[in-house]
Design a protein around this ligand. Structure first.
Ligand code: C5P
Length: 236
């Protein structure tokens, strides 16, 4: 694990291993951690995760497990065996599933236990989307209730919008890890993100870690961009 606890988690949203390797070989683990999601993992598998861990990077395995408790328990065990730093599940998988995930993590010694966090409601889901699923609860209440259930199931925190962080901190205190995407440094393209926050704003609001993809991976000078963002976080 890098000693300086970098706050940026770069989303490696690449279609295959080669462009991901190309990007990673130019950066270093003291600048950022790395997130591997469904696209890259499905294309390139656990070997690539091992390769980047061997290079010294902390990996957030963003596979959002959602299945019967036994299957999730086994999948989380496999992720622990890989040696990832953080992984996640869908809170909508329910309390028993999340407890099964937590039990898998707790089977490892403290130094080998990855952080286990949950996704509440995907930011691509709106109130109509919930209603289509037969859920009439206001979306924000749903986020709060699923967060309460996740933390109560022994999870370490949540993936959430930086806009939700303040409210979640008020309700759940300082302990939970809050990992926030939708981050855009000043001057970078908004892409398809609807409501963005700057890295500095997001940390001020109470984020624990920032997930940043394209502003870094598509930068002409990713190292410089990472250094600039890290520096921006040092100012009060
Ligand atoms: O390129 P960009 O910074 O928009 O990438 C953000 C990353 O965070 C992507 O991997 C995206 O899938 C992920 N993410 C998100 N919004 C969420 C959850 C995850 O943008 N609510």
């Amino acid at each position: 694990m890098p000693e300086n606890d970098p706050k940026i988690i770069v989303a490696l949203d690449f279609a295959s291993a080669d462009p991901a390797r190309q990007f990673v070989k130019n950066i270093s683990p003291d600048l950022c951690r790395l997130k591997i999601g469904k696209e890259l993992f499905t294309a390139s598998g656990p070997d690539l995760v091992r390769e980047f861990i061997d290079d010294g990077f902390d990996i957030f395995l963003d596979l959002k497990f959602h299945d019967i408790p036994n299957t999730v328990n086994k999948a989380v065990t496999a992720a622990c065996e890989l040696g990832v730093w953080m992984l996640n599940v869908h809170a909508l998988g329910g309390r028993t599933m999340m407890e099964a995930a937590r039990e898998a993590v707790q089977g490892y010694s403290a130094t080998r236990q990855p952080y286990l966090i949950a996704v509440s409601i995907l930011t691509s889901t709106n109130q109509q989307g919930l209603s289509d699923l037969g859920i009439d609860k206001p979306l924000q209440q749903m986020v709060m209730d699923l967060t309460a259930m996740s933390l109560d199931s022994g999870l370490d925190g949540m993936v959430c919008s930086a806009r939700e962080v303040e409210l979640l901190r008020q309700q759940f205190g300082q302990k939970p890890l809050l990992v926030t995407p939708g981050i855009r440094p000043a001057g970078s393209a908004q892409d398809d993100q609807q409501r963005v926050m700057s890295p500095h704003q997001a940390m001020q609001a109470g984020s624990s870690y920032l997930v940043i993809g394209r502003p870094v991976t598509q930068s002409v000078d990713p190292v410089q961009t990472l250094k600039q963002i890290n520096n921006s976080l040092l100012t009060p």
